[in-house]
Structures are given as structure tokens and as C-alpha cells.
Design a protein around this ligand. Structure first.
Ligand code: ZN
Length: 502
């Protein structure tokens, strides 16, 4: 009898996972190559499937079976699968299907209005929508877990077991170390001309470069695909299908190359999850912060490594001699790494990037813990940019309207970017312990050793191990900002004390 229930439950879980995979495929298509006239019908199909999925996940017989099975003698894998789906059931069934549908519509509408508001530099256009989204998110968070503060609940949805009380001291320390360091760097006058990096670079050639970079880091083109989009993303459908989409900027090869490596890092994670986990719900990244740690590792730690570009710089010279034949390697590497406060998060350098995230974290925490008036947000945003980065947005589009996240209902997401950078630096230290010749591996273009290490210690487990369990298995007791700060100060201290002046 129990065996039959177990099989039925596993079949039900497989169906749930297939719905999720189809929805991920449709979302990839919507955001890349779906013809314009297909989008209305696509949205209807997505909505139907999402409703069906919700009904499967919140089916009461399914819940009863999960509870029954969890009282049985199970192996670790079975216990984790059933616990995961029971947790999903509890969270999803705390909100009515009508509420979910209504909120989906609200988010879709606000995202559309945000695009118009950004284009027209008009925050007032979405101010009331944003207020409503925040109120709904607060209400949902309370329903999902009344024992946590709403903002902690939102953080938990992306990074389990990480609360504001963990993040606050980490981010405070990063802020108080980075701001004076940034001011020090700012006073170094470099002799190197870096303006060439913004010269036109044909998009077709950027695509070839992107493919080359992905091949070199071990992205498996037989388990993925590369597309073009307006907002870069990776679609981890399952380990045999990890697609990515990149946005190219005609006059900035740096953005295209680094974004490709970033999305490539996400996809490497998905491609190397044990395929046996695919239809169980455990065949996904363990947390958003850890997902980001993998993309940031390939984008920033490898993709901004001097030795990495010694391999790939000749490609630029060969494919785009009009600009690169008179550029020296040092000039190129400095342009790639240059620290320059800007208003835009996605093109920020490594030193100012954490500050962009901290600004967003501080604002969303305020929004959910205190009574901050939404209409005051633009000024709060601008004042923080002035305080931390010493630059001030002059309009809403490059300030409060910059990112889509809040207008599409994603609160608690931003901290994962910086948690990812923190984890990436901790993982860099761990890999160097096992491979003290880490820099030489990069110089030799031996990325398979690095990828193998990641697969063995991180990727293969999917959700079988939590972020903390992964850290512990590498003899790291907990999340710490120390490795990140040491890495940044050493790398950029050297770059600015010697390199910039060469
Ligand atoms: Zn990412």
C-alpha cells in the first residue's frame, strides 16, 4: 500500500516538474524569439498552465500522501524530495488562487507601466502601482509565515536561512571598507587611455566572441543554446537544457563579454546538476545567492582575471583590428577593470557594484520595516547615491526607475547579487586551498579542472545540500565578507598602484 502511495506521489511530483519545465521553456521563448503576434496567445497559455500547476501543487490528497510518507522509514533522498514539496504546498496554499491570479495581472501591468514610465522619465506614473505591490507583498509574506517579519520572509524565499540580522553586519562592513577605498582609488590619475572600449564593436563579432568564451569555460552547447534578448537571463530548464540569452551593446564589448560569462556561469551550474534529480524538484540551484555565486565566479573572478584575457585578447585584435591593433594588453585589461562610479548597476565595476546592491537593500528593508512613503523614494535613492558613490542621478530613469525588479514584485532579490559575490570569494579561497596553482590553471586555459571542482563540490547536488551545508563541506563555517574584501583590496590596490601607471 505504502509503495503504491509512494509511486503515485513521485508520479505527481514528476507532473509538477514537467509543468515547471514547460513554463520555463515558454518564458525563454517569450523573451527571445517568439514572433510578436504570438505573444498574446502565449500569455494565455502560460496563465492556463500556471493555474494548473498551482492546483497540482496545492492538491489536498497530495499533501495527505506527503505527510503520510514522511512518517515512514525513508532514505535521505526520498525525505528531502517529500519535505521540499510539503514546504511548497504550505507556502502556496496560504494564498488563494484568486489572489495569486489578481496579483500576477497587477505585476504584469505594472511592469508594462514601468517601461513607459522609464521611457518618459515619469515616476508618478507607477507610484501608486508600486505602493499597491508593496502592500500586497507584505500581506502575502504575513500569510506565508506569520512568525517572520515580512522582509525576512521575502529574503528567505531567495536565500533560505539568511535573515536581515545576518546580512546587516556583512553589508555594513563592506560599505565601511569600500567607500574609503573607493575614494583612495579615485585620486589615482591613470595615464592609460581607455576610451577605445566604447568604440563600436559589430554585434555579429561580439556573438562570435561570446561563443568562444563560453566554449572555453566548458559550456556544453549540446545541453543549451545561446540567444539574444533585451534583459539578459539564463533559463535553467533542466540539466540537459540550460539556455542563456544575452543583450549586446553595439559600443560596449565589455558589457556583452562579461554578461555572456555571467549567464554562462548560471548555465554551467544547471548543466552539471546530477540528472537523476531532474524530475524530483531537487534538480535546481540550492539558493539564489549560490546561483549568483556561480555566475559571478565566472564573470568577475575568472572573466576579469589578467591571465584569462591574455588568452582571449588576441581574438579581439584578430577580429576587430580597426580598434584593437593599436591597443596594448595593459590598456585593454585596465579598461576592463577600471573603477569608475556610475549610475547604472549592470555596468558597474567590481568595487562600486556592492554599493549599488547595498543601496537597494537598505531601501527595500526600510520599505518593509518602517513607514516610508513611496513618493519619497526618488529622493531617498538619489541621496544614497550621492553619499556612497558621490554621484547623483539627474532624472528618474537613471535613478528610482532603473531596475524592473520592484515593479515586477521582486523584493528581497537584490541582496542575492551581493551574497553571490561574497560566496564566490569564499569559494575562490576554497578552490585555491585545493589548487594552489589556481592562477596557472587559468593561464593555461585549464578551466575544466575548475569546473570539475565546482561540479564535485557544488553543482551536482542541486537542492540536495543547502548553501550552508556546501560551505561546511568545504570547511567554511559560515558566510563571511572577509574573503571578498581581501580579494577586492588586493586586486584593485595592485591594479591602481602599479598597473594604472604603466
Ligand atoms: Zn545572475
Amino acid at each position: 500500500m505504502i509503495i503504491t502511495i509512494q509511486q503515485q506521489t513521485l508520479d505527481h511530483i514528476q507532473t509538477i516538474e514537467h509543468y515547471k519545465q514547460v513554463l520555463a521553456l515558454l518564458s525563454w521563448d517569450t523573451n527571445t524569439y517568439a514572433p510578436k503576434n504570438s505573444k498574446k496567445q502565449l500569455a494565455k497559455i502560460q496563465s492556463t498552465l500556471a493555474t494548473k500547476l498551482h492546483l497540482l501543487q496545492t492538491n489536498s490528497d497530495f499533501r495527505n500522501n506527503l505527510e503520510l510518507l514522511l512518517q515512514e522509514d525513508l532514505n535521505e533522498l526520498q525525505r528531502k524530495i517529500f519535505n521540499l514539496h510539503l514546504k511548497e504546498f504550505t507556502e502556496l496554499s496560504s494564498i488563494s488562487i484568486e489572489d495569486i491570479q489578481q496579483f500576477s495581472l497587477k505585476k504584469a501591468l505594472t511592469s508594462t507601466n514601468w517601461a513607459i514610465a522609464k521611457l518618459n522619465n515619469n515616476f508618478q506614473l507607477v507610484q501608486d502601482d508600486l505602493k499597491e505591490i508593496i502592500e500586497t507583498k507584505k500581506r502575502f509574506a504575513n500569510l506565508k509565515n506569520p512568525n517572520l517579519s515580512p522582509y525576512d520572509q521575502l529574503l528567505n524565499e531567495y536565500e533560505p536561512d539568511i535573515l536581515t540580522k545576518t546580512i546587516d553586519p556583512l553589508f555594513e562592513n563592506i560599505k565601511s571598507t569600500i567607500i574609503p577605498f573607493l575614494n583612495q582609488i579615485r585620486n589615482v590619475n591613470s595615464n592609460l587611455d581607455t576610451s577605445f572600449i566604447k568604440n563600436p564593436f559589430p554585434i555579429e563579432k561580439q556573438k562570435i566572441l561570446g561563443k568562444e568564451l563560453l566554449k572555453s569555460i566548458g559550456y556544453n552547447f549540446e545541453s543549451g543554446q545561446m540567444g539574444v534578448t533585451q534583459h539578459p537571463f539564463s533559463a535553467g530548464i533542466h540539466s540537459g537544457d540550460a539556455r542563456l540569452a544575452v543583450k549586446y551593446v553595439g559600443n560596449n564589448v565589455k558589457v556583452g563579454a562579461l554578461m555572456t560569462l555571467h549567464e554562462g556561469g548560471h548555465s554551467l551550474y544547471t548543466q552539471n546538476i546530477n540528472e537523476k534529480l531532474v524530475d524530483t524538484g531537487l534538480g535546481k540551484y540550492t539558493s539564489m545567492g549560490f546561483h549568483e555565486s556561480q555566475s559571478i565566479f565566472w564573470e568577475k573572478i575568472i572573466g576579469k582575471h589578467e591571465e584569462f584575457w591574455k588568452i582571449h585578447f588576441p581574438f579581439l585584435q584578430q577580429h576587430h583590428p580597426e580598434v584593437y591593433k593599436n591597443v596594448s594588453f595593459n590598456q585593454f585589461f585596465f579598461a576592463l577593470s577600471e573603477v569608475k562610479p556610475s549610475l547604472t548597476r549592470y555596468e558597474a565595476d567590481d568595487i562600486t557594484y556592492p554599493l549599488h546592491i547595498i543601496i537597494r537593500y537598505e531601501i527595500e528593508k526600510e520599505l518593509f520595516t518602517n513607514e516610508v512613503n513611496v513618493k519619497d523614494l526618488p529622493e531617498i535613492w538619489n541621496a544614497k547615491y550621492k553619499n556612497y558613490l558621490d554621484i547623483r542621478p539627474t532624472n528618474y530613469s537613471e535613478g528610482i526607475l532603473q531596475d524592473i525588479h520592484w515593479y515586477s514584485g521582486s523584493f528581497g532579490y537584490f541582496p542575492s547579487y551581493l551574497l553571490g559575490f561574497i560566496y564566490a570569494a569564499q569559494l575562490r579561497e576554497a578552490i585555491i586551498k585545493d589548487y594552489p596553482n589556481f592562477d596557472q590553471l587559468i593561464a593555461a586555459g585549464d578551466f575544466s579542472t575548475i569546473l570539475q571542482w565546482q561540479t564535485q563540490n557544488i553543482h551536482q547536488f542541486g537542492k540536495l545540500k543547502s548553501s550552508k551545508e556546501i560551505l561546511n563541506s568545504l570547511n567554511i563555517s559560515e558566510i563571511s565578507e572577509r574573503p571578498l574584501l581581501e580579494y577586492l583590496i588586493q586586486k584593485y590596490g595592485r591594479l591602481y598602484s602599479t598597473f594604472a601607471l604603466k
